[in-house]
Design a protein around this ligand. Sequence first.
Ligand SMILES: Nc1nc2c(ncn2[C@@H]2O[C@H](COP(=O)(O)OP(=O)(O)OP(=O)(O)O)[C@@H](O)[C@H]2O)c(=O)[nH]1
Ligand SMILES: [Mg+2]
Length: 429
Amino acid sequence: MFEVREKPQMVERALLVRLYFDPREADESEALLEELGELVTTLGIGIAERVLAKSRSMHKKFLCGTGKAAEIVELARAHECDCIVFDNSLAPSQQREWENAADMCVIDREEVILDIFAQRAQTKEARLQVELARMQYALPRMARMWGHLDREGGGGSGGSAAARGMGEKQIEVDRRIARTRIDRAQRELEEVRKQRATQRHAREKLETPHAAIVGYTNAGKSTLLNHLSGADVLAKDMLFATLDTTTRKIELPDGQPLLLTDTVGFVRNLPHRLVEAFKATLEEAVLADFLIHVLDASSPEVQQFHDTTLEVLAELGAGDKTTITVLNKIDRVEDPDQAALLDRLFPDAIRASALSGQNLDGILSACSAVLADRVRRHHYCIPQSRADLVGLLHRDAKILSTEYEGNNILVHAVVPPSIAGRLEEFLTP
Ligand SMILES: Nc1nc2c(ncn2[C@@H]2O[C@H](COP(=O)(O)OP(=O)(O)OP(=O)(O)O)[C@@H](O)[C@H]2O)c(=O)[nH]1
Ligand SMILES: [Mg+2]
């Protein structure tokens, strides 16, 4: 029976490896290796040692040359590791080559992220999305999973023909099962998307504007939602604390209601298939009226975090949405160099602290300002004597419906702010 392996839960000591090929990638590679350490720790795996290695060119077999590969394997053994984790993505064949050479579990960043998501998924929707991404990841790697059957047969290279046949048959069966399950998960997710669309239509009817809080993982998105709305979303100093969206209604200082949605955080090299699988969830960000982009201002990598989020948003089709940028955790920015960096990169961003509540008013005012510029749908009850206003609506607004009631004209229209003021006294709920 096909099962997605739970290897990272079984392994205890990992050797982390980041290979890079261009000297200009050295700094970023170091930061990525650091982040991989946090991701691996999130999974509960201990880190024995880290290797940041430059390779002159990419090799098909191990990604790096055989000499370097042998050194890495030696190091893993010397540290009594039971797993090697690559920050680079490994092709299925490369992963197999490494496992054969090292005789231990070898995984890459994508698998680590998938496993974290699998651990965290709470709702049916999140579970489905993770299952889909994991099965798609596992499908081309099944030969590796059943390699032991081939070897069991009788030592030597590849085992007996009978045993190998068994392994191959099993792979075929498993592939079929996996494909059926992928199809089913995709169909169920389609249902989820439809349900969400229905909910969204209901919200649109209420005409309450909607903002999505987006940003890199651990930036403070959930903390911000909690502070603004009194919600109780898990906010924790760990990567990917949030996998499900939560929406809460708040009221802006000018009385305007606003729906706020907390979303899953992004990370560099977020597996494309995970973005694809989480589309149902992330659509909330795509369809929001505007975005609140939360950044961890205390991180030296704030620019990379910013760019990654914009890249993923663009991939989702939300790249050109109106965005309020928030430099969160400003209470932790003490280094003058960091402050200067922020001034240079994000002169217009709002400095705030979701934890202490510092300048949350600034965020709310920015939301009000965005909404003030938005066209709105309104119902009017206009006396026939004011045909001039109906004419104005015909000219400058988009009329959705018109009805006559006694001496009044009932108009439902999408109205730009430029004429909204002149019609205000005829508004009806
Ligand atoms: N010092 C400080 N810490 C903050 C601030 N905002 C959030 N934090 C901390 O940062 C950590 C992450 O916060 P979360 O709100 O869980 O971050 P998130 O963006 O929702 O993270 P994911 O759900 O993992 O994507 C928590 O330990 C928070 O207490 C802030 O303004 N200042
Ligand atoms: Mg969160």
